[in-house]
Design a protein. Sequence first.
Length: 189
Amino acid sequence: MDDTYRAHRSACIDEGAEIGDGTSIWHYTHIRGTAKIGRNCHIGQNCYVDVNVKIGDFVKLQNNVSVYECVELEDYVFCGPSSVFTNDLTPRAKFPKGSEGYKKTLVKEGATIGANATIVCGHTIGRNALIAEGAVIIEDIPDYAMFGGVPAKQMGWVCECGQPLDHKFYCSKCGAKYYKVKAGLEKEE
């Protein structure tokens, strides 16, 4: 572990966890051994980061976020309060599967997960996608897509800056323009 991160004295950081420079870990959070957390992250109060979780740089986990084994969050991902990631589609206390039975979840760079959203395992959330508060994700999400509801459905497209795009994929806030590609949208340069 680096000595250049900050952790509240109530945080529990298991031996073997890797935490990058400039990261802050708040009250009552538990970081398990073999978890990898990047630089300049903010891990809020009462979060749980499981073994073998990989978190990139500049990620923000608000209070009460649970990130379970087999989840990867790329750089600049934002997870709102009490959002949760699952890792087992058919859990049973009597018949635990262990790591071999878990499904991987990938959240790509810049995506936002709203408060109280549930991300069902085995899916990829695209770059700069926006998941609404309380949504339940049960499918792959394209880059720059905006999803909400239970189960979540696409509600539109969103700019890298967070503003919903118009029907021509134009952002009225920052002026960015996008075009359709197989993975979702791509920003014009």
